[in-house]
Design a protein around this ligand. Structure first.
Ligand code: DX5
Ligand code: ZN
Length: 221
C-alpha cells in the first residue's frame, strides 16, 4: 500500500507567524513541509533560501521537502542539505548534468527528486526513473502560488506511474500547483501520492484545511 502524503507549501504562509502555522499543519497530520526556492533566473520570482530553511528545521519535525526552482541547482545541494533538507527536488530543465546532480544529492544522504515543467515531455524522465526517489509533476508553470490547476497534469501523472510500474519501481510521484479539496481526488486517482498545496492549506482555517485533505488522502490509500 502506497502512503499518501500532504506537503503544505509555505510559500502561502504568513511569515510573521510561520512557526505557529508550521505547528498547526503538523498537529493536523501533514507529514511534509514543501519549501519553494526561487532564484529569479529559472523562474521570474525570488522566494527564500538557506537561513529560512534552517529556522524551519528547528521549528517542526515534519519532513522538509525542498523544491529548487533554481538554475544549476548542483551549486547549492550541499548547503540545503546542511540546513536540514530531507528531500531535494531539482528541475530537469535547470541542470546541465541531471545524473550528476542527483548523485550529489544522494551523496549528502538526502532523497533526490526530479521535477518537470508543464511543457516538458514526461518521456524525458525515462533515463532517471531508477536514479531518483521522487518525480514532481508541475500542474502549474513554476514561479507563483495561487495559479489554476492545469488538467493536462492528470495524464502526465498516470504516464509516469505507468513507466514506473512497467519497470517494477515503487517511487513517489508528487504534484504541485492549484490543488484543493475539490480536485485532490483526481490527482490521487491518476497516481500521485505526494500532494503539495499552498493556497489550499494556508488560506482560511489551516487545521481544518489540513484535516480535510488528510481525510481524502486516507480514503485513497
Ligand atoms: C509554484 C510552487 C508551488 C506553490 C503552490 O511554483 O512550486 O509549490 O507554492 O501553490 P498553490 O497550491 O497555491 O498553487
Ligand atoms: Zn513547489
Amino acid at each position: 500500500m502506497r502512503k499518501n502524503i500532504l506537503a503544505p507549501s509555505i510559500l502561502s504562509a504568513d511569515f510573521k507567524i510561520l512557526g505557529e502555522q508550521l505547528k498547526q499543519t503538523e498537529e493536523a497530520g501533514a507529514q511534509y513541509i514543501h519549501f519553494d526556492v526561487m532564484d529569479g533566473d529559472f523562474v521570474p520570482s525570488i522566494s527564500f533560501g538557506m537561513p529560512v530553511l534552517a529556522s524551519v528545521k528547528g521549528a517542526t519535525g515534519q519532513t522538509l521537502d525542498v523544491h529548487l526552482m533554481v538554475t544549476e541547482p548542483v551549486r547549492y545541494v550541499k548547503e540545503f542539505a546542511a540546513c536540514g533538507a530531507d528531500i531535494i527536488t531539482v528541475h530537469l530543465e535547470a541542470c546541465e548534468d541531471l545524473g550528476k546532480t542527483l548523485d550529489a544529492v544522494h551523496a549528502c544522504g538526502v532523497k533526490a527528486g526530479v521535477s518537470i515543467r508543464p511543457g516538458t515531455s514526461v518521456e524525458e524522465l525515462i533515463p532517471y526513473l531508477e536514479r531518483a526517489d521522487m518525480f514532481l509533476i508541475m500542474s502549474v508553470e513554476p514561479g507563483f502560488g495561487g495559479q489554476p490547476f492545469m488538467p493536462e497534469a492528470l495524464k502526465r501523472i498516470s504516464r509516469v506511474r505507468e513507466l514506473l510500474e512497467e519497470r517494477g519501481l515503487d517511487r513517489d510521484i508528487e504534484v504541485d500547483g492549484g490543488i484543493y479539496h475539490s480536485n485532490v481526488a483526481e490527482v490521487l486517482r491518476a497516481g500521485a501520492n505526494v500532494i503539495v498545496s499552498g493556497s489550499g492549506v494556508y488560506k482560511g482555517d489551516i487545521r481544518k484545511n489540513v484535516a480535510e485533505f488528510m481525510e481524502i488522502l486516507k480514503n485513497y490509500e
